[in-house]
Write a protein that binds this ligand. Structure first.
Ligand SMILES: Cc1ncc(COP(=O)(O)O)c(C=O)c1O
Length: 383
């Protein structure tokens, strides 16, 4: 292990580089080496690094007020909440702000328990919703779960994409279905056409709440503001996070009127939730996401990226897939060597499970940087 990190508990794998600066779609290490960032910090840096509008909003808010407890009102928080709820669609009525994706899921699960009587939740195989205990209970990965069992509630994992299997998983005390519209950590698995609509219908028929986790796939990543919106459905509880606040830690749990009516005062709060700094980041980010041009760019660049990636054929490659700028290359073997080879060629990509290389570039990425990546992959696979 690198000696510089010796006081850090090594819960993260060490990629062996020290990054100190970012600009546009590039990251720079301590030696001035420049990397193209195809990971955007696991989907956080959606507008890249050093965006002038985001920086200016954050700087100006830092000078006014960084933190303010939720019991004290703040106009920036009110504006961020109004704008976010309105952009999510008319089915939603209010939002609870916290500081990470996993916290947004914790809130979603607690609000579900407050709304419905019962103990059984259906999640999907290969799901990822975070690592705090509630979120972990609905996360499928056995290696994350095993040391902490028994986890909480009664959770079944249904086949992602098969409505019959989901139907058969419903029990007398089932209260909700939780789903990522495009699975991220599970290997970049888009839901089959019509599946989300069918899940919504199943929830309505069986009086279940639908929790949609768009923490990774939402906010433009797939070429629309929300995947669920694009599929013509709404959740009862929608979870967002990652790049929502311009890089400041954030989680958001957006709820319908029905759910909101069951959440009393005091029951769920967080000291930093709704802090003005994060709220100013949300307002600035949503300004960018209000411009339709960004979605066209994501769709066009994503289509080009996937088309070029699919052209790379090699016995070690099983599949290239994805939607928008959420793209994966699946190998027949563990993919750590490929991540390392790319890093040696000044390209940062991230894993999704053990054998998938995931690409979640900032939305500013262009064909020029994609060509550099494709060229590097060709070199790696041809050699
Ligand atoms: C779909 C999804 N849900 C929840 C989370 C957890 O978010 P966080 O790491 O901010 O706690 C993630 C993180 O990658 C995610 O991709």
């Amino acid at each position: 292990m690198n000696d510089n990190h010796k006081y850090l508990l090594p819960t993260y794998p060490d990629r062996g580089i020290n990054i100190i600066r970012g600009e546009g779609v590039y990251l720079y290490d301590v030696n001035g080496k420049k990397y193209i960032d195809f990971g955007s910090n696991y989907g956080v840096s959606i507008l890249g690094y050093g965006n002038k509008v985001i920086l200016s909003a954050l700087k100006s808010q830092i000078e006014k007020l960084i933190n303010l407890h939720g019991s004290l009102g703040n106009p920036v928080r009110d504006q961020a909440a109004r704008k976010l709820v309105n952009m999510c669609g008319k089915y939603y009525s209010q939002v609870y702000f916290c500081n990470s994706g996993t916290e947004a899921i914790e809130a979603a699960l607690k609000f579900t328990k407050l709304t419905k009587r019962g103990n059984h939740i259906i999640a999907m195989q290969h799901s990822y919703h975070g690592k705090t205990l509630g979120a972990l209970s609905v996360t499928a990965g056995e290696k994350y779960r095993e040391p902490f069992t028994p986890l909480i509630w009664d959770v079944s994992f249904a086949d992602f994409g098969t409505i019959e299997n989901l139907k058969n998983s419903i029990k007398k005390d089932t209260i909700a279905i939780i789903i990522e519209p495009v699975q991220g950590e599970g290997g970049i698995n888009p839901s089959p056409k019509g599946f989300l609509k069918a899940v919504r219908k199943l929830c309505d028929q069986n009086n279940l709440l639908l929790i949609i986790d768009e923490i990774q796939a939402g906010l433009g990543r797939t070429g629309s503001f929300l995947v669920s919106q694009n599929d013509g459905i709404s959740a009862d509880i929608l979870c967002l996070g990652k790049g929502l606040a311009g890089g400041i830690p954030i989680g958001a749990t957006v709820v319908s009127k029905n759910v909101a009516a069951h959440v009393p005062v005091h029951i769920h709060t967080s000291t930093f939730g709704g802090n003005p700094l994060a709220m100013s980041g949300i307002l600035a980010t949503l300004e960018f996401l209000s411009d339709k041009k960004i979605y066209r760019h994501i769709q066009e660049t994503g289509d080009y990226f996937l088309k070029e990636l699919k052209k790379i054929r090699h016995p070690k490659i099983i599949d290239a897939r994805g939607v928008g700028l959420m793209i994966a290359l699946e190998l027949r073997e563990n993919a750590t060597w490929l991540l390392k080879s790319l890093q040696d060629k000044n390209i940062i990509a991230i894993p999704a499970g053990s054998n998938v290389v995931r690409f979640l570039p900032p939305y500013l990425i262009t064909e020029k940087e994609i060509d550099v990546l494709i060229y590097a992959l060709k070199e790696i696979f041809v050699k």
